[in-house]
Write a protein that binds this ligand. Structure first.
Ligand SMILES: [Mg+2]
Length: 109
């Protein structure tokens, strides 16, 4: 399988003269398509295609802002993996290595 590099996506951006506004709207649209796939209980292949669309557009948007998205994804993933999660009733708290608790979501019963 061909490996797609960020530079390839930036070439796409230049070739099609895409703008940040267009790609931001496209990202929201692709997230909507992913939500539709979930809502219709689509099969894994359909969900994977929508996830891939979301990732492609996010990479395109990152390229337009000169963000090295691979580095940021790795850093953020490492940070998330190092966090612990605690549940107190319906409140979920995620804490980082520095121990500061940060509320990030609510679990529905
Ligand atoms: Mg799509």
């Amino acid at each position: 399988m061909m490996r797609i590099r960020q530079g390839d996506i930036e070439t796409f951006n230049g070739k099609h003269s895409v703008t940040e506004d267009q790609q931001f709207r496209a990202l929201v649209e692709e997230v909507g398509e992913l939500a539709e796939a979930y809502n219709r209980d689509a099969d894994d292949e359909a969900v994977a295609e929508e996830l891939a669309d979301v990732i492609f557009v996010a990479r395109s948007l990152a390229g337009l802002r000169d963000i090295n998205i691979s580095t940021v994804v790795n850093e953020t993933t490492a940070e998330n993996l190092s966090k612990t999660t605690e549940t107190d009733g319906d409140k979920v708290t995620k804490s980082g290595a520095d121990g500061d608790g940060q509320t990030w979501g609510v679990v529905d019963d």
